[in-house]
Design a protein around this ligand. Structure first.
Ligand SMILES: *Cc1c(COP(=O)(O)O)cnc(C)c1O
Length: 394
């Protein structure tokens, strides 16, 4: 009997949907920075950027204060301004679209593919106009997009290709690492993401000019930082364009660098958990996991299931509440961005604009997945899903 109907829950304490994994080596790395001369704009920033560029397979990585700041820096680097249009998938975190709005540009929402919930390339193409400047692809849930198709499309129309890879660090597409798949790729180091620095973000690119511009952008648009001036023995600096304080501190970079050493292990564990879920749900008709293309490594920031509502006597909220009662910390990613009140009011978006994403939204749930989860935790989730789905079987 499910907990919501008076039975006992599958576990006594709540299993979160995601959480960080910080060990003694991470703590020691932060303490080391605290004892050093530089708490910000110091050498840890360079070290972290080098380590990240290695993981991303690019020449440059620019560390910034968040994944959102990374997206904003990208928009600035591409000279996105008033009236420009940026095509983004609607199934994403709001920040993917907000970064265009920061620059006075207009986000245009593309629909998604029903099997993967990745941006649908045909929908993107149908939304290209003379004002389109860039496409921001999102590797939703950790599954890299089809970058061959996206590159071909961008080339045909003379557009920049950006990857919002905040879900997908450690993944790959046709053996090329996430981070190297677009002109610019963004990462987040928020605690629910694969590696954390508390707060933090970065952009990877092979373009020296763009990297340089983003280094200035994160420091008010000033051409040198404090350490460069200390090294040169100079006081003079100038601001050449408008930037922000989007710096990532050495404390954060120290933690990020230590965490990055465990990325391969973290992703492998996420893939193991996903495989256990896949196997358990393969025979369930009312639960449909998303499909990963065979030429890609999914980094599994999220594990998403779609419910077959026709086979159930309740809706997504009913299943959500029943799983919560079992102490399974589930979540929903995401309300399609074009349905947020801000976008409906400011940009006159609304229901009907992206029917596939709208339909998926009513049926999706994100199950817990994070490296510190044990097999027993994973089995609790599986047991709870089977129990709840059986109870509500139509
Ligand atoms: C987390 C996330 C961001 C923003 O990252 P922050 O570091 O929280 O600012 C942007 N896009 C996507 C897809 C994300 O998941």
């Amino acid at each position: 009997k499910p907990a919501i109907a008076g039975g006992s829950p599958v576990r006594p304490t709540l299993l979160p949907y995601g959480r960080q994994m910080v060990d003694e080596a991470d703590i020691a790395a932060v303490v080391e920075v605290l004892r050093s001369d530089w708490l910000t704009t110091g050498p840890k920033v360079d070290e972290f950027e080098s380590a990240l560029a290695q993981v991303a397979g690019t020449k440059y990585a620019v560390a910034v204060s968040s994944g959102t700041a990374a997206l904003h820096a990208v928009m600035d680097a591409l000279d996105v301004g008033t009236g420009d249009e940026i095509i983004v998938p609607t199934m994403t975190f709001a920040a993917t679209a907000n970064c265009a709005v920061y620059q006075g540009a207009i986000p245009i929402f593309a629909d998604v593919d029903s099997k993967s919930l990745l941006m649908d390339v045909a929908s993107v193409e149908s939304k290209i106009s003379p004002r389109t400047k860039a496409i921001v692809a999102v590797d939703y849930a950790g599954h890299p997009c089809d970058y061959d198709q996206l590159h071909a499309l961008c080339q045909r129309h003379g557009l920049s290709l950006v990857a919002d890879a905040c879900h997908a660090i450690g993944g790959s597409y046709q053996d090329a690492p996430v981070g190297s798949l677009a002109d610019l790729s963004t990462f987040s180091f928020h605690p629910v993401k694969h590696v954390t620095s508390g707060e933090g973000g970065a952009v990877s690119t092979n373009d020296f000019e763009l990297a340089q511009r983003m280094r200035e952008f994160r420091n008010h648009g000033i051409t040198t930082d404090q350490r460069q001036r200390a090294d040169n023995g100079e006081f003079y600096y100038e601001m050449t364009h408008l930037g922000y304080n989007y710096r990532m501190s050495d404390i954060q970079c120290g933690l990020g660098q230590s965490q990055l050493l465990k990325l391969t292990e973290f992703v492998a564990r996420r893939q193991q958990i996903a495989a256990r879920y896949d196997k358990a749900f393969a025979l369930l008709t009312s639960v449909e996991p998303l499909v990963t293309a065979p030429d890609r490594q999914n980094a599994y920031h999220l594990y998403i299931i779609k419910l077959d509502l026709a086979a159930l006597t309740t809706d997504r909220s009913g299943i959500y509440r029943a799983l919560k009662a079992e102490n399974i910390g589930i979540n929903v990613h995401y309300l399609p961005v074009h349905l947020h009140p801000f976008y409906q009011e400011r940009f006159k978006t609304g229901l009907g604009m992206c029917p596939v994403a709208e339909n998926a939204y009513d049926r999706i749930l994100s199950l817990p997945i994070f490296p510190a989860m044990t097999d027993a935790d994973t089995d609790n989730v599986i047991e709870a899903v089977l129990k709840v789905v059986e109870y509500y079987r139509g």
